[in-house]
Design a protein around this ligand. Structure first.
Ligand code: UN1
Length: 497
């Protein structure tokens, strides 16, 4: 199946076969590809070429650059099923979610095409007669993209689509766990470039396959104007100071420890469905996954029972078949999940689920029952992000204390409240409410649309991607003062003669 898929997606055999990086599918542990890792020297040459491509691409008018992204969106529409299937094979999320990820790519392309005609600055009143002031936005330079296994293609596309219309070149270092989807996206982009014509430079976009060592070279190179990295907080802590030390720019999208506050007035049916999608979807491996349920003590028992029943009915198994939960990415993820559950049990917490399943059928893959852990109060176990389907359930007494609990974690990505009380709802999204980059009402914390800015505060890294005015992060701002008079008045009334 993999060869047919890669062929239809336009990836030549030699790019994913016979190399030194072994890629296995989490579906059953089978080897699905062996691409070749780049060397440090090759990466430096790629950065040279990226700089040259940038110098050409920045001269192409922005709406014309948008045309390339429009053509790329067309390729994605045409290959949605194949790419969605490859996403499923490579990272293990169910096919529906694989398709959803490709749809997010298509959506951001549409947004970026429109944006390509709207890269606008301001005009500003000058204090001097016969002067104009304005703000212009210019292309930035080569953009380095570091992406994670759990969303192998959409976050790349959020960055790539905007960076391209903004006039930048791309260097993409995907997770070494999911390089095949990156090669497929690159092949589709190259197809779009071939249709676009010769004003798209050949090395406008390049994929870099490598480990941390190559990541460091990319991050340290002064020519790479912006590093946009998605992954763990640990990775962000390594990347951010290196980029800062050369005064480069960063967009960081790191860990999340996302909560739902469930109030007594909540629509329980809706809330339980929202919990199911956001806590067990993608096998708990979204940065926006629901990890903490802060529930009013008066409804805690009822909610926990309903959740136990709902969890018992979850279909776990082959993500290409009709299941809701696929495998964890690998053994390490499984071990980290088990470690958290062992700690929970040792503290006397009630753990439901969390066991490995289908081990006989898939000895080299890690399918688990999503777990519910009831805890009396938030502690350091709950404050740490474990990238697996574990939902901690904790009671609250007053709404203010629920907000304090929601905020009392190092991460600040996404959050939500289920309530039909307008005061609670508005308080949650006010200055004294959730401290996260995303705060929702009567919707789970995951599954954001691309129109809004996506990202979060604190250990999540502070970066924003996708919609709103995020395009500005991929451009440099220039303030222009133009004198169209025959005098040379100085600002602040300074006399200098
Ligand atoms: C991620 O897990 O890195 O809001 C991104 C969501 C998706 C993106 C998740 N649109 O859940």
């Amino acid at each position: 199946m993999i060869d047919d898929l890669m062929q239809r997606l336009g990836v030549p055999d030699n790019l994913y076969q016979g190399g030194n990086l072994t890629v296995t599918t989490p579906v059953d542990g089978r080897m699905i590809g062996e691409p070749t890792l780049h060397t440090a020297e090759q990466l430096r040459a790629q950065i040279d070429r990226s700089q040259q491509a940038f110098e050409q691409w920045r001269q192409v008018p922005a709406p014309r650059r948008g045309e390339l992204v429009r053509l790329f969106g067309d390729e994605l529409r045409q290959h949605k099923e194949d790419l969605g299937r490859l996403v499923t094979l490579e990272c293990g999320k169910i096919y529906q979610e694989g398709l959803g990820e490709v749809q997010e790519m298509i959506d951001i392309c549409d947004l970026a095409v429109g944006q390509s005609r709207q890269l606008f600055g301001l005009t500003i009143a000058s204090e001097r007669p016969g002067h104009h002031m304005r703000e212009s936005w210019h292309p930035l330079g080569p953009v380095g993209l570091i992406t994670a296994f759990n969303f192998p293609v959409a976050p790349w596309a959020w960055n790539a689509a905007l960076a391209l219309v903004c006039g930048n070149s791309l260097l993409w270092k995907p997770s070494p766990k999911t390089p095949l989807t990156a090669l497929a996206c690159q092949a589709l982009l190259e197809k779009a470039m071939a249709r676009f014509g010769s004003d798209a430079p050949t090395h406008l976009s390049q994929v870099v396959l490598g480990d941390t060592e190559l990541g460091e070279i990319l991050v340290d190179d002064r020519r790479v104007a912006l590093i946009s990295a998605t992954g763990s907080t640990r990775m962000g802590r390594a990347v951010a100071p290196r980029v800062a030390s050369r005064f480069g720019r960063c967009i960081l999208e790191l860990g999340g420890n996302n909560a739902m506050i469930m109030t007594p007035s909540a629509d329980l049916d809706m809330a339980v469905r929202a919990i199911l999608f956001s806590a067990v979807g993608t096998a708990g491996q979204r940065c926006t996954t629901l990890r903490r349920l802060i529930v009013h003590r008066s409804i805690q028992q009822e909610v926990t029972e309903r959740l136990r029943t709902a969890y018992a009915g979850i279909r776990i198994g082959d993500p290409l078949a009709d299941n809701l939960v696929g495998p964890l990415i690998d053994l390490q993820a499984f071990e980290q999940m088990q470690e958290a559950l062992v700690t929970a049990r040792s503290k006397g917490y009630t753990v439901t689920g969390g066991e490995r399943v289908l081990a006989a059928e898939y000895p080299d893959a890690y399918y688990v029952e999503p777990a519910i852990v009831e805890v009396p109060a938030q502690d350091d176990l709950v404050r740490a992000e474990t990238f697996a389907p574990i939902l901690y359930v904790m009671p609250y007494e007053s709404f203010d204390s629920a907000i304090a609990m929601q905020n009392d974690v190092p991460q600040g990505l996404s959050s939500c409240v289920f309530t039909t009380d307008v005061r609670e709802a508005e308080q949650f999204v006010s200055a004294t409410g959730s401290d996260c980059g995303i705060a929702n009402i009567n919707i789970g914390p995951s599954g954001a649309e691309i129109g809004g800015a996506f990202g979060g505060e604190k250990d999540t890294g502070g970066g924003r991607e996708s919609g709103s005015d995020v395009w500005k992060s991929y451009m440099r701002r220039q303030t222009n003062t133009v004198n169209y008079s025959r005098e040379l008045p100085l600002a602040q009334g300074i006399q200098f003669d």
